[in-house]
Design a protein around this ligand. Structure first.
Ligand code: NDP
Length: 362
């Protein structure tokens, strides 16, 4: 089956707070953005419960409801949406090309707001069934799967805010929640630590690594094999569910051949802008921010990326990494300035280059 080809002025990859804020600003600037919903439409807030720190909601708001509001606001100004998983990108020339299984999407400017996904320990028993016990008692999303653990003992792995939030949430269902953390102190914020530590259903095992998740497809999870990294003592601990809550990894693999990123995969942006190393490609939210990673900061950087994209389109021509120049009209002036490729693909001699300026087509 041939792929559907789309051509848009601005494509935004990701529909979390960063992507949808970019869409609201870009749509209001008449850039007619196309937002690509990835595998987790609405982003990480759609798999959380109450959000208490998003300004404007004094009584708090449920994560999925907040993201619904974002999406409606973006739609109100003409944002279009497409559900697709981007697997391939060619950012070597404009329009940039991104591909999913069913679509080839050409974008004059691109905002990458693809967010981050839960990290895994990489231990035996963790992989999705049938290889491991994933889905049979192993999960990385308490809100999605907590319901299945009514009256059961659960282990939560990690020491950050995610682990505290997951552990606290799971006490609604579990008979007991044991947080296993690899160090002797938590990374989580004071308020989240205190909330978890005050909860009678939560216990902590410190300085301990989880080495294996035990169980069979027939029994589901029956326990974990633990290793105390201070005493070097190994033990088994009985539980019926394991929630991995050790942080997130940015969803940027599709861009690794094109965009500068750090060792973890966070996209690098220049100075106070959201510009990547490729002119016309911008990054925002958790795909770019390794430091703050909050819904409100993601929304802020989404706004910045949309303004940057708008200014970029207003200030063409720009030089691409290939040495080509792209004019306002979408013509490509070759690096030696002797040929211009028109937006429809027609190749023309560059008559307007006497003074060194790129041809404008008029
Ligand atoms: P963090 O990176 O903050 O914490 C990850 C935790 O997992 C750390 O305790 C870390 O241990 C542990 N860890 C990491 N890798 C491993 C491993 N391989 N084996 C064992 N343990 C491991 O991630 P979070 O997802 O918790 O938080 C990310 C950001 O999101 C933070 O800024 C946080 O404040 C925010 N957040 C806010 C929430 C809220 O306000 N409601 C809810 C959730 C997250 P160590 O401490 O030793 O490094």
């Amino acid at each position: 089956m041939s792929k559907e080809i789309l051509h848009k002025e601005l494509v935004i990859i990701g529909s979390g707070p960063a992507g949808l804020t970019a869409a609201i600003y870009a749509a209001r600037a008449d850039l007619k953005p196309l937002v690509i919903h990835g595998p987790q439409p609405g982003g990480q807030l759609t798999i959380t419960t109450e959000v208490e720190n998003y300004p404007g909601f004094a009584k708090g708001i449920q994560g999925p409801e907040l993201m619904q509001e974002f999406e409606e606001q973006a739609r109100r100004f003409g944002t279009e949406f497409l559900v697709a998983s981007i697997t391939k990108a060619d950012l070597g020339k404009r329009p940039f090309t991104i591909e999913s299984e069913d679509h080839v999407i050409k974008a004059e400017t691109l905002i990458i707001a693809s967010g981050a996904s839960a990290k895994w320990l990489g231990i035996p028993g963790e992989a999705p069934a049938p290889e491991g016990l994933g889905g049979l008692g192993v999960s990385a999303c308490a809100t999605c799967d907590g319901f299945f653990f009514k009256g059961k003992p659960i282990v939560v792995v990690g020491g950050g805010d995610t682990a505290m939030e997951e552990a606290t949430f799971l006490t609604r269902y579990a008979s007991k929640v044991t947080v296993v953390h690899r160090r002797g102190s938590l990374r989580a914020s004071k308020i989240m630590q205190e909330k978890a530590q005050k909860n009678e259903k939560i216990e902590f095992i410190w300085n301990t690594d989880v080495k294996e998740i035990l169980g069979t497809p027939e029994t589901g999870v029956t326990g974990v094999r633990l290793f105390n990294n201070q005493t070097n003592v190994e033990s088994t601990f009985a539980c019926e569910g394991v929630f991995i809550a050790i942080g997130h990894k940015p969803n940027t693999d599709a861009f690794k051949d094109w965009l500068e990123m750090d060792d973890v995969g966070y996209l690098k942006t220049a100075g106070r802008s959201m510009s990547t190393n490729i002119p016309g490609v911008f990054a925002c939210g958790d795909a770019q921010d390794s430091l703050y990673r909050q819904a409100v900061t993601a929304a802020g950087t989404g706004c910045m990326a949309a303004i940057d994209a708008e200014r970029f389109l207003d200030n063409l021509p720009v030089e691409m990494p290939t040495g080509e120049e792209i004019t306002m009209e979408g013509e490509r002036v070759m690096p030696n300035h002797d040929i211009v490729i028109m937006p429809d693909g027609e190749v023309m001699p560059n008559k307007g280059d006497e003074g060194g300026a790129p041809a404008s087509g008029d």
